[in-house]
Design a binder for this molecule. Structure first.
Ligand SMILES: NC(=O)c1ccc[n+]([C@@H]2O[C@H](COP(=O)([O-])OP(=O)(O)OC[C@H]3O[C@@H](n4cnc5c(N)ncnc54)[C@H](OP(=O)(O)O)[C@@H]3O)[C@@H](O)[C@H]2O)c1
Length: 321
């Protein structure tokens, strides 16, 4: 495993990390989730991603229990939470100073840690002035409850506003963004954020490198019977199949096989080739999937310039059709 700086910060984050969305509690019980975390850590993964919204807090409770059992030294791993969707009451959601503080304190309890390394605003909140959230995050930084704060799926304009507010009051702006980035979802990361990466040098912890599994090719002939698209409460994910070019996915999958990679490994490694990516957050509903994905780290050299040229041609042709 190699480690990248999280943007311009000094934090060294593993190129692959492991997240718990959908899987923890819904698909992985304690024993299986613990096995996955152990496998990831043994392979050098040092970042574990979570959020107050995942399984309505139960994902953080489970990860906290596992961290306690594994008893890894606290200085050897990075753990995150995210604030936005905390509950149904008006005070339990959004990015008000109150909810940012409550969400952080609740995450610390659930994860059984003294501080969060990364704390994200899970979405922008049009009903809270950005300056209020910037101040709330800086309070948490000075209280030592979080090490770095960041955004997730904020527009470039909103991120710029956060930096302007921070600069005006000599506060710290966001250190990282958590956007979706994969072969099917590139525009925001590669175009809209271009100026943000250049100007502010923030890091990125990118999500859904496999587009929820679509890039593995296993949806090319319909939804498989054991799939997150069938997990209760996540049926809406099937909407992401609308407009998907399965012919293009099939061709990308063939290219992967031609160079001796599994389609999943190819898609994950492709994300890592972008130097604005600090870490690729892997998701897995079994230890077999996780092992397969982690193996990609040893196969980086397979994505040569010749292969990326071929890929770009496939994509260009696929878009033309
Ligand atoms: N900030 C945000 O808004 C946000 C949003 C989403 C995710 N995230 C973070 O990013 C992490 C990763 O996102 P993601 O889970 O969507 O990642 P992903 O890699 O796009 O999807 C992971 C899913 O793909 C399937 N899969 C994985 N490896 C496979 C393999 N080798 N072969 C076949 N199928 C495979 C599994 O689903 P099946 O169960 O269907 O097999 C697995 O749970 C999350 O855990 C979370 O921490 C953040």
């Amino acid at each position: 495993m190699e480690y990248r700086n999280l943007g311009k910060s000094g934090l060294k984050i593993s190129e692959f990390s492991f997240g718990s969305w959908v899987t923890f509690v819904n698909q992985l019980n304690e024993k299986e989730a613990m096995r996955c975390m152990e496998i990831a850590y043994e392979r050098g993964v040092n970042f574990f991603d979570n959020a107050e919204a995942y399984a309505s807090g139960a994902s953080e409770v489970l990860m906290g229990k596992i961290l306690k059992k594994l008893n890894w030294s606290r200085d050897s791993y990075i753990v995150s939470s995210k604030v936005f969707w905390g509950g149904d009451l008006p005070t339990q959601k959004g990015l008000s100073k109150k909810h940012v503080h409550d969400a952080c304190n609740n995450a610390l309890k659930r994860l059984q840690v003294d501080y969060l390394d990364l704390f994200f605003c899970h979405r922008p909140d049009p009903e809270t002035p950005i300056i209020e959230t910037v101040f709330a995050m800086n309070d948490l930084l000075s209280q030592g409850k979080i090490m770095y704060w960041g955004t997730s799926e904020w527009s470039a304009k909103e991120i710029k506003t956060a930096f302007k507010c921070a600069s005006k009051y000599k506060l710290r702006g966001p250190s990282m963004e958590q956007p979706q980035y994969n072969l099917l979802h590139r525009d925001r990361f590669e175009n809209e954020y271009d100026e943000i990466f250049k100007k502010y040098k923030i890091g990125s912890t990118i999500w859904s490198p496999l587009a929820s599994g679509l890039l593995t090719g296993k949806y090319n002939n319909g939804v498989p019977s054991s799939s997150r698209f069938k997990v209760k409460g996540y049926e809406w994910l099937a909407d992401s199949m609308d407009g998907i070019n399965f012919d293009l996915i099939g061709k990308i999958n063939s290219l992967a096989k031609e160079i001796g990679l599994l389609p999943s490994q190819f898609a994950i490694l492709w994300c890592l080739m972008n130097q604005n990516v600090s870490t690729v957050i892997l998701g897995a509903s079994s230890s077999t999937q996780l092992k397969e994905n982690l193996c990609a780290i040893d196969l980086k050299d397979a994505l040569t310039l010749d292969v990326t040229d071929k890929l770009n041609n496939i994509i260009r042709e696929g878009i033309k059709k």
